[in-house]
Ligand binder design. Structure first.
Ligand code: GDP
Length: 358
């Protein structure tokens, strides 16, 4: 799926960098443009990407701290410049735009939803959010900011793919020291999803099409991506269980939003050498997913990749039931209630379910 990636804020820029790098290293060609936008000059300087500094008049390159309302304001003030920079990248080949941000900070948290709204007015291709939720040990301001940002983002974007910062971090690793590893994991998983929607020369019928990714994500709401991989045998017939057990692991322990138990739609992509992908395994894994998710709409396809491993990538659109999401919303609500000076955030989260989400 030919995609343009726009990172807003520190986390957004770093994740876009990691994704662009993954795509280029593997020669997939799914990332056709990228850009980093921030109000903090120093965060932009370390990125090997084209950049736009916003809020120069207001914060003079020093960032907005954790003030996500200021994040929205600086994006609004300078949005024409940002849109101008994006314009040349969303060419006729583009099939989707992703706006990537850490939802708990300031610039990305406040700026990304506003930017998505503007992009929706301009482009016909879907505009998705890729939002990073703060880990459960991060402070109240992060939780409250992320709650408010998610509410707006999930309303404006065609879908919002969430990555919980606790989901893909290694045990025993602190969040800060683990960012690079988490970003690498996001890059591999989302990068494979984007690449899976690309035409691949000389392969059989089951290759995933971009439209299947888009259909799985259609309708606003929250999406999550799961991943697991395992050694495989050189023959498809011996890999029935490898495919089914890898799919189960992707769901049970590999989701970007853990503990998601039901969703409106699913897409299962099995990646590996074509001759090792068991058709029977894929069919069984798909019907297992339909039962597990309580939906009849689980698409499937292969992604031919070299190597001795088989990987299962599971995309869930229209997440309907997720303990992790409920837990986060509860934290965000409490944090907003506790912040004396944050009445807006509290009232934004008053309805205990995000609009149109659950
Ligand atoms: P901004 O620059 O004001 O938009 O703020 P940040 O992008 O630093 O957002 C803060 C949130 O993003 C916090 O929840 C952090 O845990 C998270 N975060 C910051 N940097 C990274 C990163 O490189 N990777 C990931 N996965 N999360 C990050």
């Amino acid at each position: 799926m030919k995609s343009v990636l726009i990172g807003v804020g520190q986390a957004g820029g770093k994740v876009v960098d990691a994704l662009s790098d993954f795509d280029a290293r593997n020669g997939f060609g799914a990332v056709i443009g990228s850009l980093a936008v921030n109000s903090a000059r120093s965060d932009l300087q370390s990125l090997p990407l084209d950049t736009v500094l916003i809020g120069g008049a207001e914060v003079n390159g020093h960032g907005v701290g954790g003030d996500n309302e200021l994040g929205t304001k600086v994006m609004r003030d300078d949005v024409q410049e940002v849109l101008g920079a994006i314009d040349g990248r969303v060419t006729a080949r583009a099939e989707a735009v992703f706006v990537v941000a850490g939802l708990g900070g300031g610039t990305g948290s406040g700026g990304a939803p506003y930017l998505v709204k503007e992009l929706q007015r301009i482009y016909d291709v879907p505009v998705y959010g890729l939002g990073i939720l703060p880990g459960r040990d991060e402070g109240a301001l992060y939780q409250a900011n992320a709650g408010r940002s998610l509410k707006t983002l999930s309303r404006e974007a065609d879908a919002t793919l969430l990555v919980d910062n606790d989901a893909w971090r290694s045990a025993g690793e602190s969040l800060e020291s683990g960012y690079e590893a988490i970003n690498e994991r996001i890059a591999r998983r989302v990068g494979l999803l984007l690449a899976a929607g690309e035409a691949v020369d000389g392969v059989g019928e089951s290759v995933v099409d971009s439209s299947e990714v888009i259909n799985t994500l259609r309708g606003t709401g929250v999406a999550t991506l799961g991943y697991a991989a395992a050694e495989s045998s050189s023959e498809a017939a011996a890999n029935v269980n490898v495919v089914t057990s890898t799919t189960r692991r992707a769901m049970r322990s590999g989701l970007s939003l853990p503990d998601t138990t039901s969703a409106e739609r699913g897409l299962l992509v099995v990646a590996g050498r074509p001759e090792t992908i068991s058709r029977k395994g894929v069919e069984r894994a798909r019907s297992w997913l339909e039962t597990e998710l309580d939906t009849m709409e689980v698409r499937g396809g292969d992604f031919p990749l070299s190597g001795d491993r088989l990987a299962a990538l599971v995309l869930l659109g229209g997440v309907a039931d997720s303990d992790r999401l409920d837990g986060f919303l509860e934290r965000a609500r409490q944090a907003a209630d506790a912040g004396d000076d944050d009445e807006d955030a509290a009232s934004a989260l008053e309805d205990d379910r995000i609009d149109g989400l659950l």
